[in-house]
Write a protein that binds this ligand. Structure first.
Ligand code: GLC
Ligand code: MG
Length: 545
């Protein structure tokens, strides 16, 4: 059944909008690395247009583009110098218009990446702010005097290492930068900042953008009194313990939610409604759930970083999913992802490069209740590419002095084919902006021709979601499963089971037939109650009803 994602019927008679973003599958594109149309070794917007056929064939209904705006690229586009333009490396405004229109024609919506926490220091606002304490845009940023005894105003640390404060000697004040010193934080207590960002949203909505992924959405409003962040405790998530401080004043302020509600009003005024997907980088559910507000008045989707940072482990993942299911407000919708341009690729992080584990992980993502976000290359089981951290283009490993912090390995060019240039660059053999991985081993063209490939597994699971209402809007219910395995029911008549362990398991009480198995030879297999799963196998099952 081919449903137009715009007109698909509401689930179970519920009065929800026909929805490409709840029922469909979304796909993250790192534009510099997807497809290079002009042979300069850098992916670009026309390159994406040229590859929309792949996305339509795969069945995705929306794409999120990492930042497309003009930027000095100190942090690869997350240092925006103009929110209403297109980075010349990626193309022109006309190219973006064409991408939006062409994608739309194929039933694919386009989300841009809004970076509202900080600008580039080369943004006109900051250049003005540097002129003096009375400059018109001074208060667009967070400035503070040194402590009476000298030194930064408080103990806040940058996420990229070192103090979060940089002294501007000519005016004798510090400005806040929670990332690079060339990424000054905006002052969200200033109503003019709020209005300026409303205008940016409106500008892009008028051009047909379907919504935004919101960068470091949890951080935008800072404590008005700039109080010190407290030390991390043994009870904190390992990521927080490594950071050393609990960021309860530098970010994660309750006042943030006023801004989210304001943006939701702006998006819901649009026809059709646009969506907001937050990089809500918090590590417990008590903090995550409030990003949905009452279910209707804040974000449409809030990325679940507990899930991203979980291991590919039945008990860990099940607990996170059950928690979200129990806590989400009615009418709000989960979102799950295993890879992104910061955390790395699921093939490497979760699956250690192993194909069976990769298949199991992809089946989990595509069979849970919630919107799956695939990261470009997930569909072919593309791993991170081992690169020399000394040559990293990512500023973070250099700044932190930590080779493991290098994000380049998960940002390498898409592997389209085994040809020279991996089918990524029109120039064939030209040097690409980041090195290519092993495209002979993993690429789209070979896998498209192979019905047993990871690519065809992903496509078939996406098609199954389209065909079975249970897999789209159906409820989630954990089913009994032995240790190391995880089974759940979706809606009235569908179940999924995965074995995330090295030994064979038996999941009882699943009478039905296999719709899609990670081992494709099991498709169509009759299950007489007990489903036997070999190590790292999984299946979606039509329950006898
Ligand atoms: C977000 C982005 C990351 C960027 C950071 C600073 O976490 O995902 O890539 O470096 O924000 O903008
Ligand atoms: Mg190019």
């Amino acid at each position: 059944m081919d449903l137009d994602p715009l007109t698909a019927p509401a689930e179970g008679g519920r009065a929800v909008e026909p929805s490409w973003w709840r029922d469909g599958v979304l796909y993250q594109i790192y534009p510099r690395s997807f497809a290079d149309s002009d042979g300069d070794g850098i992916g670009d917007l026309r390159g994406i247009v040229g590859r929309l056929e792949h996305l339509e064939w795969l069945g995705v209904t929306g794409i999120w583009l990492n930042p497309t705006f003009p930027s000095p690229n100190d942090d690869w586009g997350y240092d925006v110098s103009d929110y209403q333009g297109v980075h010349p490396d990626l193309g022109t405004m006309e190219d973006l218009d064409e991408l939006i229109a062409e994608a739309r024609r194929r039933g694919i919506r386009v989300l841009l990446d809004l970076v509202p926490n900080h600008t580039s220091d080369r943004h006109a606002w900051f250049q003005d702010a540097l002129d003096g304490r009375d400059a018109p845009f001074r208060d667009f940023y967070v400035w503070a005097d040194p402590k009476p005894e000298g030194g930064p105003p408080n103990n806040w640390i940058s996420n990229f290492g070192g103090s979060a404060w940089t002294l501007h000697e000519p005016t004798g004040q510090y400005y806040l930068n929670q990332f690079l010193p060339t990424q000054p934080d905006l002052n969200w207590w200033n109503e003019e900042v709020r209005e300026a960002v409303d205008d940016i949203l409106g500008f892009w909505f008028a051009r047909g953008v379907a919504g935004f992924r919101i960068d470091v959405c949890h951080a935008i409003v800072k404590d008005r009194e700039l109080r010190d962040d407290p030390e991390a405790t043994a009870a904190d998530h390992p990521v927080i313990r490594r950071r050393g401080l609990r960021q309860v004043y530098s970010m994660n302020r309750p006042e943030l939610h006023d801004v989210l509600r304001r943006w939701r009003v702006v998006t819901s005024r649009q026809d059709p409604e646009r969506i907001l997907v937050g990089e809500s980088y918090v590590l417990d559910l008590e903090q995550l759930i409030p990003f949905y507000g009452n279910g209707q008045d804040e974000l449409h989707l809030a990325f679940n970083f507990l899930f991203v940072h979980a291991e590919l482990d039945a008990e860990q993942m099940r607990a996170i999913v059950e928690g979200a299911e129990a806590m989400l407000p009615a009418d709000s919708w989960p979102v799950y992802t295993g890879s992104n341009h910061d955390a790395g690729r699921l093939v490497t992080r979760w699956a250690g490069g192993d194909e069976a584990r990769t298949r199991a992980a992809l089946l989990v993502l595509l069979a849970l209740r919630g919107t799956p976000f695939l990261y470009y290359g997930d569909e072919i089981g593309m791993p991170d590419v081992a690169l020399d951290p000394a040559k990293a283009l990512d500023p973070v490993p250099h700044r932190k002095g930590d080779p493991d912090a290098n994000r380049d390995p998960c940002r390498t060019p898409m592997q389209w084919s085994a040809e020279p240039g991996a089918g990524f660059t029109a120039g064939g053999a030209t040097e690409t902006w980041l090195p290519l991985g092993d495209a002979a081993a993993v690429n789209v063209a070979d896998q498209r021709a192979d019905p047993g490939s990871v690519l065809n597994l992903v496509r078939d699971l996406i098609a199954l979601r389209r065909e079975r209402a249970d897999l789209r809007g159906g409820s989630y219910e954990t089913l009994p499963a032995p240790g190391g395995a995880w089974a759940w029911r979706r809606g009235g008549g569908t179940a999924a089971a995965v074995n995330l362990s090295d030994r064979e398991v038996e999941v009882e009480n699943l009478p039905g037939s296999v719709l899609v198995g990670t081992d494709r030879s099991r498709d169509g297999e009759r299950v007489e109650g007990t489903l036997r799963l070999g190590p790292w196998q999984g299946a979606v099952i039509a329950l006898d009803g």
